[in-house]
Design a protein around this ligand. Structure first.
Ligand code: NAD
Length: 336
């Protein structure tokens, strides 16, 4: 399997490392627009010695190397990744993207979704959006758990996680490192958005359960740090924002049927906060799942993007979501 990678930031580098370490997949091309990466050997950037492929600043490399699949790890938003997905599909390549809005774009971007679905079918390829969340914890995993319920009345889930593995793109959208007034301004002008993916997770669950959501309420609050925190991409002095507490409630009529609580911050353990994923399904039977510590966001995103490769290559053509495809499994360990 020949794979190209578009986006060589925190996630792209993790995905590249996993691909290079596997025997059956070959990384054949890497694209990134960052001038500090362009022209450099991929293995040298990863610190594993020369690999023989240089980062290209042009997507034309996809036409040259003709990969089976392109993994896109550049942005969160449909409007930004759509031209990249389009380019890869027109080069007859399957696509996996970790862009949050692509995980279930059917309700939020119906026109773009039908365009991409038609395009993928025309070129005989499959497009999938995935990731740890959205893509797994607050949607695919919940949907799978409802498979053992006779009835589902309400879903309540919390993901308390560490943002530190992520790159600049994520820190900016969460408002990390900002003053309180910068955070509030960012919320107003749409540059700080908190978690991107609630609408996608709610869409995927509601379609799977046949629920008709009539209203969604959201709230975002800054998490202000009491201590100094630092990652390779951000420094947070005490008093600055370390993350965003984001809550969402989805209703059918007057009844709240989905409730998500997702406080995301850099190194929560520095203030004694334990990470974890908690899912409660109320119905028949009630199900309560607790995963402590959290499913780690960085590693899990890399793993699911790579593990879905053979599933996507075997899928029927079109724009798909995780709930359309076979249950994900660790392909990486089974190949080994
Ligand atoms: P990052 O900022 O570290 O890396 C993004 C890279 O993409 C950068 O190197 C940048 O130069 C490159 N890039 C951006 N636009 C480009 C373009 N048009 N052409 C070429 N290169 C381009 O971010 P990251 O932590 O690696 O995350 C990447 C994206 O994936 C983010 O939007 C993030 O929100 C998303 N993400 C989703 C999930 C999920 O669960 N679905 C998990 C992690 C990250």
């Amino acid at each position: 399997m020949r794979i190209a990678l578009w986006g060589f930031g925190a996630m792209g580098r993790g995905i590249a490392t996993a691909l290079i370490q596997s025997d059956l997949i070959k990384l054949v091309g890497v694209i990134d627009r960052d001038p500090s990466l362009s022209g450099r050997d991929v293995g040298e950037i990863l610190g594993i010695g020369p690999y023989g492929i240089r980062v290209s600043d042009s997507p034309e490399i996809i036409r040259k190397v003709n990969p089976d699949l392109v993994i896109i790890a550049t942005s969160s938003f449909v409007r930004e990744v759509l031209p990249q997905v389009e380019f890869a599909v027109k080069a007859c390549s399957n696509v996996i993207t970790i862009a949050e809005e692509m995980v279930f774009p059917f309700y939020t971007y119906p026109d773009e979704s039908s365009y991409l679905d038609d395009l993928a079918k025309r070129y005989g390829v499959t497009i999938l959006g995935t990731g740890v969340n959205p893509g797994f914890v607050l949607d695919t995993l919940i949907i799978a758990l409802t498979g053992v319920c006779l009835k589902v009345e309400r879903i309540v889930a919390r993901r308390i996680n560490d943002l530190s593995p992520f790159g600049k793109t994520v820190m900016e959208s969460q408002g990390v490192g900002k003053t309180l007034s910068e955070f509030e301004k960012g919320l107003r002008d749409g540059k700080v958005v908190g978690h991107i993916g609630f609408h996608q997770s709610i869409g995927m669950i509601s379609r799977a359960l046949g629920w008709r959501i009539t209203r969604v309420e959201e709230e975002r609050r800054p998490i202000v740090s009491k201590v100094y925190r630092e990652t390779p991409v951000v420094k947070i002095e005490p008093g600055l924002v370390a993350g965003c507490e984001h809550l969402v409630k989805a209703y059918m009529g007057d009844k709240c049927v989905i409730e998500f609580y997702h406080p995301q911050q850099v190194y929560p353990h520095l203030e004694g906060i334990e990470t974890g994923d908690y899912i409660e399904i109320y119905g028949d039977p009630d199900i309560k799942l607790a995963i402590r510590p959290e499913i780690p966001g960085g590693k899990a995103t890399v793993a699911i993007a790579v593990n879905m490769i053979p599933i996507v290559l075997r899928a029927e053509s079109g724009l798909k979501c995780m709930a359309d495809l076979p249950v994900p499994r660790s392909m990486l360990s089974c190949w080994r």
